[in-house]
Write a protein that binds this ligand. Structure first.
Ligand code: FO1
Length: 320
């Protein structure tokens, strides 16, 4: 089975890990292409940091710091602390010592002229993602950075997200570089040739939304013969982690399972989705959507561990 996932960081990575566990049982030999948001990327201390690509790579490669959901386990931050002593960089954004190796390797290869797609493939060789049938693609090889318009100007998404914990009202999200961005090689084919395209419970605005905004991607989703199905990132009116609710408020979408579905839209009426999986807490949302012709399903969507997430992935694929 060929499955394509459009993913942000922690939530999308945890979902994809469960999907892999499910497919290893139900459809061995499946090929999974994960298209990652690169809007969180930044230059820091002269190295290129790609939070969502790295979170996916570490999670699927078995190296992620499980409680944090990002960064490496058994990590240290000696370099980061010493950089702070020099007063350089963002002291509120910790680059772990092992994580730095990833950024240094990536930066070296980018400087040698490799694309982000090629450097990502090289990094993933070490974590043997191909052994699991996984190909990790950036949404674009051109830089796209999400910046947030707050009252005193534009700041990088990570500053809003990590330094301010989204406490500053976000007036607007601006994807810098988006107009010049093209889908990375393989992205459109991965959407057009899949047996199923999945939207995991990543942030629908700054993660999945950014991927959909790359010129050509939304059209690929509305025209692919593959069914496109998603999981609500909102359970009972609140995001499970992260700040999806704050991000939705910025674009005027209510923080509800129903509102997010309608935001993505049904393919029959010009949107991108054929089906929508909601949590048991939002069963009435499924009923309202079904009344409008949506294909819906209801299950316990809280990804508490890999086996449970595998069951969630199975339920989502049954919507296909
Ligand atoms: N998140 C934090 O809350 N604090 C950090 O200091 C931090 C550092 C960091 C370094 C590298 C990296 O790849 C991710 C990092 N993150 C950190 C997570 C990151 O903010 C989020 O995972 C994504 O940007 C949102 O999906």
């Amino acid at each position: 089975m060929k499955v394509t996932v459009l993913s942000g960081g922690v939530g999308g990575a945890r979902f994809t890990r469960g999907l892999l566990a499910h497919l290893a049982e139900s459809a061995p030999g499946s090929q999974i292409t994960v298209i990652a948001n690169t809007g969180d990327d930044m230059w820091l201390h002269g190295v290129r940091v790609c939070p969502d690509l790295d979170t996916l790579m570490y999670t699927l490669g078995g190296a992620v710091h499980e409680q944090q959901g990002w960064g490496r386990r058994e990590e240290s931050s000696r370099v980061s602390q010493d950089l702070a002593a020099y007063g350089v960089g963002w002291d509120w954004f910790t680059l772990g010592d092992l994580d730095l190796a990833t950024h240094l390797a990536r930066t070296q290869w980018l400087r040698e002229g490799l694309s982000l797609t090629e450097t990502t493939a090289r990094l993933c060789e070490r974590w043997r993602l191909a052994d699991q049938g996984v190909r990790l693609l950036p949404m674009s090889d051109q830089p796209v950075e999400t910046h947030v318009r707050v009252d005193d100007g534009l700041i990088h998404f990570e500053e809003w997200w990590v330094r301010h914990r989204a406490a500053l009202p976000a007036r607007e999200f601006v994807q810098v570089g988006l107009a010049q961005a093209e889908p990375a090689p393989g992205v459109l084919e991965a959407i057009g040739e899949a047996d199923a395209v999945l939207l995991p419970p990543s942030n629908p605005v700054v993660s999945v939304g950014t991927i959909l905004a790359v010129p050509g991607v939304r059209d690929a989703l509305t025209t692919t013969p593959a069914p496109v199905v998603g999981i609500s990132p909102i359970i009972g009116g609140a995001a499970v982690r992260g700040m999806a609710a704050e991000c939705l408020a910025t674009i005027g979408v209510a923080a509800s399972a129903e509102a997010v579905a309608r935001h993505y839209g049904r393919r029959a009426t010009g949107g991108v989705l054929d089906g929508w999986l909601v949590d048991t807490a939002d069963a009435e949302a499924a009923e309202k959507l079904a009344a409008d012709g949506w294909r819906t399903a209801v299950t316990d969507t809280l990804m508490r561990d890999v086996p449970h997430t595998a069951r969630i992935a199975a339920t989502l694929l049954n919507l296909v």
